[in-house]
Design a protein around this ligand. Structure first.
Ligand code: F6R
Length: 365
């Protein structure tokens, strides 16, 4: 049942090329920006007219929500707010008939996310869902939505479901842009980039043994810091969450520029810092963040774009991933972080599929 893999988590990480392919199936054709999200087709105009979109979720799905904000604002120029479902439900949120509330949940059963959805409905907002489990409570209670079709996720740490959520949000952002902020040919270009993701993820998966070697060198660290900017900032949060849930090592994710405002005080030779340094508009800034960490003797593990020569001059540990443009990069940069967390945890003898204190589906608050 684990398909020859030692753990479900590893199997699910390796399923990601297929997952991205499946999430696009029947929804995307690479001609003239053809994109059809069946589950929301009847509500698309309403969505495009939303004064504001609010996205609520928990945990890893909340990280996908954050990327949803970045993607929708960048592509469709509709204001988006992201909230933890647990905060939204209890703070008497300002939300009403002009808003669309999107809830994201792999299981479709998370108690806080379900409560956020009910709150939004009571206040008159249109509610839409992005779920993986077909027929789940959240899927049933939303007015419309989309399934991520990632297949059952058994490992408690979410991996392929996250990737599917992000790919889904990418398509949603594009379909909200159609006829408004983007031409069909621009949309086609973005869809083409999405269609190249499965093959690029497959190439990253080939780095598994390199990543395992890095894990061996760093597995005894007591803390890790994850830094990224722009589209890689939510990925830094997700990388840190993966590590802490399955290896029980303390890890924090930060927007790289925030380092100066506090976490830099923690950096010394015992602090590994994972820095997402792919080529985009924040690249030069990220290079100076690497230098700042190095000058305080921090041990940097960088994720950089293939062909990059600057990053390796600054640090010895570099994982090179295929090039891609900024908005789609998270679908690539998250993969080495999943593998790194997996290997560190297994090398420490942790039960990665069933980490202590965690449940796959959090149906109580
Ligand atoms: C992290 C993880 C959790 C879930 C969270 C929400 O790996 O699995 O943080 O993401 O409990 O779960 P869903 O998406 O089912 O609502």
């Amino acid at each position: 049942e684990k398909g020859g893999f030692e753990h479900f988590m590893l199997k699910e990480i390796f399923e990601q090329p297929e997952v991205v392919h499946d999430v696009m199936r029947g929804r995307v054709r690479l001609d003239e920006g053809w994109l059809r999200l069946g589950g929301i087709a009847d509500y698309l105009d309403r969505l495009k007219q939303a004064k504001r979109i609010v996205i609520c979720a928990c945990g890893t799905s909340w990280h996908a929500a954050l990327l949803g904000e970045y993607l929708i604002e960048e592509f469709a120029r509709i204001p988006v707010e992201v909230d933890y479902a647990s905060e939204f439900r209890y703070r008497n949120p300002l939300v009403g008939v002009e808003d669309v509330v999107i809830v994201i949940s792999q299981s479709g059963e998370t108690a806080d996310t379900l409560a956020a959805l009910r709150t939004a409905k009571e206040k008159g907002a249109m509610v839409m869902g992005i779920c993986n489990v077909v027929g789940s409570t959240i899927a049933r209670e939303t007015v419309c939505g989309m399934y991520t079709h990632a297949g059952p996720e058994i490992g408690v740490a979410s991996t392929k479901a996250f990737t599917a959520q992000v790919a889904m949000l990418y398509m949603l952002a594009l379909s909200l842009s159609k006829g408004r902020t983007m031409s069909d040919s621009e949309i086609t270009l973005h869809l083409r980039e999405l269609s190249e993701i499965p093959e690029k993820v497959a190439r990253i998966l080939e780095l598994d043994s390199q990543i395992k070697l890095i894990a061996e060198r760093f597995k005894d660290a007591k803390n890790f810091l994850y830094l990224g900017r722009g589209f890689n900032f939510p990925v830094a949060l997700e990388g840190a969450l993966k590590l802490k849930e399955i290896s029980y090592i303390h890890a924090e994710g930060y927007p790289a520029a925030e380092m100066k405002h506090g976490p830099i005080a923690l950096i010394d030779e015992d602090m590994p810092v994972i820095i997402l340094a792919t080529r985009d508009n924040t690249y030069a800034k990220i290079l100076s963040n690497i230098e700042e960490v190095r000058s305080r003797k921090g041990r940097v593990i960088a994720i950089a774009s293939e062909g990059d020569t600057e990053v390796s001059r600054l640090t010895e540990e570099v994982i090179y991933i295929p090039q891609a443009s900024g908005p789609i990069t998270p679908l690539l940069t998250v993969v080495p972080l999943q593998l790194l967390a997996y290997h560190i945890a297994t090398l420490r003898g942790c039960n990665v599929d069933r980490p202590r204190n965690l449940a796959k589906s959090v149906t109580v608050e």
